[in-house]
Design a protein around this ligand. Structure first.
Ligand code: 13P
Ligand code: SF4
Length: 363
């Protein structure tokens, strides 16, 4: 019988640390731990590979390990399951680590939107559905079966360019900000990017607005990144005028417009790593990553600051704690798989089609 999580929740972090190290040694190459940049340090340091969503998807697809333990959120473990071989096992240490943005689009609402759009135009002829990787597997499958595609924050522009070579419009879900910020970089006017409010009939749009739109943006957002505001940049720059601003594209349009650099978590890290010493950075992304950047680069004279004065951490990423990691690993040592994330075959086949299209066209 598998050990229960309850007995682990009482362990302190140091005890878990030792247990994780021992279990990793025993499991050897049968195990790979993937860690997203938003993970807390006590978990992040155990990752064999770290990265943004694109880099970790590629890592999952090429891994030879029997067990892929994903220290991230649910959609990431689903992608690992879809892209890995059937006999490999994808594990999420705490199954309640979801993504509130991903939950803002579900298959029923997207299918209804597709149906309603067909009252104005022929969506299969004119619209490419694009789902941000932060979405459930059945939405990726929807895209796979409607000649659509998945994107990440790294390749959103490439993906949209590919889409506009196929069809004239894009339905982009669930993150309106990533869609709008990417469209803006491509010089698509704001009035050609309309918001589809899934709580309203016809998305709250008129047939004319739909016909005129290049991108139909789902009304979803990340509750972490939406905390960043342009006034925070203005206030900080009053004190430190030479500060460089860098933002994740899930941040609001007005924040990205005031930023010097926009990109994925991996891009943010690389940009600051490559910067000159004695530079100052105001960063709009999750707190655990910004704190790590601050520590990592302070010795080079780089000052890294968090943009929001309010605490702004991804509470679901934070659910992966050393206790859950120790629990899943010690169970694997005993031959028990706990917290497997498994996507049904029919969904996985179509979702894989959309993911592979993305991987093919990504630089
Ligand atoms: P990245 O792919 O840039 O790491 O972003 C993932 C995410 O969830 C950001 O909120
Ligand atoms: Fe989802 Fe936002 Fe957390 Fe990223 S930071 S996992 S988008 S809730």
């Amino acid at each position: 019988m598998s050990a229960a999580i309850q007995s682990y929740t009482l362990l302190d972090d140091e005890d878990c640390e030792q247990r994780i190290l021992r279990a990793r040694e025993t499991l050897g190459e049968r195990l790979v731990i993937l860690g997203h940049h938003y993970q807390r340090d006590e978990v992040f340091r155990h990752a064999d590979f770290t990265g943004d969503s694109l880099k970790l998807s590629r890592q999952a697809a090429s891994s030879k390990a029997d067990y892929i333990v994903f220290c991230g959120v649910h959609f990431m473990a689903e992608v690992a399951d879809i892209l890995s071989r059937p006999e490999q096992v994808s594990i999420l240490p705490d199954l309640s680590a979801g993504c509130s943005m991903a939950d803002m689009a579900d298959l029923q609402n997207v299918e209804r939107a597709w149906q309603e759009l067909s009252e104005v135009l022929d969506p299969d002829e004119t619209i490419s559905p694009v789902t941000y990787i932060n979405s459930a597997a059945d939405l990726k499958a929807f895209c796979g079966s409607h000649n659509g595609i998945v994107c990440t924050s790294t390749n959103a522009r490439h993906v949209l360019e590919w889409c506009f070579e196929q069809r004239e419009k894009v339905l982009f879900f669930p993150d309106q900000h990533l869609g709008r910020n990417t469209g803006a970089v491509m010089d698509i006017p704001l009035e050609e990017m309309v918001v589809w409010d899934y709580d309203k009939p016809m998305g709250g749009l008129t047939p004319e607005q739909i016909k005129k739109a290049k991108i139909i943006l789902w009304k979803g957002f990340c509750s972490v990144h939406q905390m960043f505001q342009p006034e925070q940049i203005d206030n900080f720059k009053q004190k430190y005028p030479k500060t460089k601003i860098i933002a994740h594209p899930e941040s609001p349009f007005e924040v990205c417009q005031k930023s010097d650099y926009i990109g994925s978590t991996e891009y943010i890290i690389k940009t600051i790593a490559d910067a000159e010493p004695d530079t100052r950075w105001l960063v709009a992304t999750e707190l655990n990553l910004v704190n790590r950047l601050h520590e990592q680069f302070k010795h080079e004279g780089k000052n890294v600051h968090f943009m929001s004065p309010n605490v702004c951490m991804c509470s679901t990423m934070f659910r992966i704690d050393p206790q859950h990691l120790a629990w899943v690993l010690e169970n694997l040592v005993e031959g028990h798989v706990v917290n497997q994330v498994s996507v049904p075959d029919d969904v996985a086949t179509e979702a894989k089609r959309a993911l592979e299209r993305m991987l093919e066209i990504s630089p």
